[in-house]
Design a protein around this ligand. Structure first.
Ligand SMILES: NC(=O)c1ccc[n+]([C@@H]2O[C@H](COP(=O)([O-])OP(=O)(O)OC[C@H]3O[C@@H](n4cnc5c(N)ncnc54)[C@H](O)[C@@H]3O)[C@@H](O)[C@H]2O)c1
Ligand SMILES: [Zn+2]
Ligand SMILES: [Zn+2]
Length: 362
């Protein structure tokens, strides 16, 4: 069928809305009509060489199932779904309930292609365009997903807002609640309060952390962090940042979480912990992390994918928290028509819009 999709052809160029020919769903695939697609910082990775172009990105889609493949039993035509990352559900980690660490996570999610190298879509000239980004490529009117990476949600929910639960919000909240298991009455420092970091701040409140410190370079993001439950904020360039955190936490935090990927910040995230402290890293790392001999003594550092969450378990939990008024992730969202996707990307990269959600057909 013909679909409209935002195609990145030149890593340095704009995203251009094009008509593509999308294959029919395979036995375990579903065709989803996208109603909203969140933009996550990871969507810019093809611009810096992580995946070849031409490609359709977008990996926080939500929409309505229009066609199901012959072997699909877990989802039906008309179901409302949130699309998340893909996994095989068969490898040892998947079977142990850890699909974020699926043995084929990287090729399934970060190549834009199926495991056999095919894409599932061609452009007007018949050339292949990668459309399997995180098993979806949802910056489009429609996309193919698998029966593994769609999570059915209640039809009464505002579906267009739900897509970001599939990656960025899940990563921030899951890191706190699933991966690091932050305990009540403890201290948490979040470095970088964009979409992932602010979800971590909100989840810190849910977990019962009593001291929540937000660190960022943007004052308006720090102000929002305070509204969402941070107890203290510091500017990332504060010359005595480590000293300030140690004073506020009485000698070091129990948990820290880095979303910046900046090696110097990652070092501070480890240094600000007391012994027994746990540090979670999720940001795409922007250089080698070199630690001195005592940096890890008595401390734990975790590299986390997707909050270590199983979307089929964790997305319903986040929705319950949101409905209970305890996880207002919708406050991070600003909607844009798909035709303004380049503006949304520019604003997000400049630190403006925290979580753009693109609306196809507009
Ligand atoms: N591991 C995963 O599974 C996973 C999932 C989703 C996103 N990510 C990654 O997480 C990171 C964050 O994603 P996001 O969508 O929240 O991005 P974002 O750009 O909205 O947030 C990053 C924040 O870090 C701040 N920052 C940058 N340098 C800083 C510094 N030196 N000190 C303090 N703050 C600083 C920025 O101002 C910004 O607010 C990205 O690298 C993204 O690719 C990883
Ligand atoms: Zn697997
Ligand atoms: Zn993402």
């Amino acid at each position: 069928m013909q679909i409209e999709a935002a195609v990145l052809r030149d890593p340095a160029g704009p995203l251009v809305i094009e008509t593509l020919e999308l294959a029919a769903p395979g036995p375990h695939e579903v065709l989803v009509r996208i109603v909203g697609a969140g933009m996550c910082h990871t969507d810019v990775l093809p611009r810096v060489g992580y995946a070849p172009t031409p490609i359709v990105t977008g990996h926080e889609g939500s929409g309505v199932v229009e066609v199901v493949g012959s072997a699909v039993t877990s989802v039906a035509v008309g179901d409302h779904v949130v699309l998340s990352f893909d996994s095989c559900r068969e490898c040892a980690n998947c079977l142990a309930g850890q699909p974020a660490y699926c043995a084929t996570f990287m090729p399934r999610n970060l190549s834009g292609r199926n495991l056999d190298g095919t894409t599932g879509a061609t452009d007007a000239s018949g050339a292949e365009v990668a459309t399997r980004w995180f098993g979806q490529s949802s910056f489009a009117s429609h996309c193919l997903a698998s029966d593994r990476n769609v999570v059915v949600v209640d039809k009464s929910l505002p579906l267009a807002l739900m897509g970001p639960l599939g990656c960025g919000i899940q990563t921030g909240a899951g890191s706190i609640l699933v991966a690091m298991k932050v305990q009540p009455g403890t201290s948490l420092v979040v470095f970088g309060v964009g979409a992932v970091g602010l979800a971590a701040v909100m989840a810190g409140v849910v977990a019962g952390a009593t001291t929540i410190i937000a660190v960022d370079l943007q004052q308006h993001r720090l102000a929002l962090a305070l509204e969402l439950g941070a107890t203290h904020t510091f500017h990332g360039n504060d010359a005595d940042l480590l000293g300030e955190i140690q004073r506020v936490t009485g000698g070091g935090a129990q948990y820290s979480f880095d979303t910046t990927g900046v090696p110097a910040v990652m070092k501070t995230a480890l240094a600000c912990l007391r012994m027994t402290g746990v540090c979670g890293y999720v940001g795409v790392q922007l250089g080698d992390l070199v630690l001195d001999g005592s940096a890890l003594v008595g401390k734990t550092a975790l590299g986390i994918l997707e909050g270590s969450a199983d979307p089929h378990v964790f997305i319903p939990r986040m929705i319950e928290l949101w409905q209970a008024g305890r996880f207002p992730f919708d406050r991070l969202i600003e909607q844009y028509p798909m035709s303004r996707i380049n503006e949304a990307e520019a604003s997000s990269l400049a630190g403006g819009t925290i979580k753009p959600v693109l609306i196809p057909g507009s």
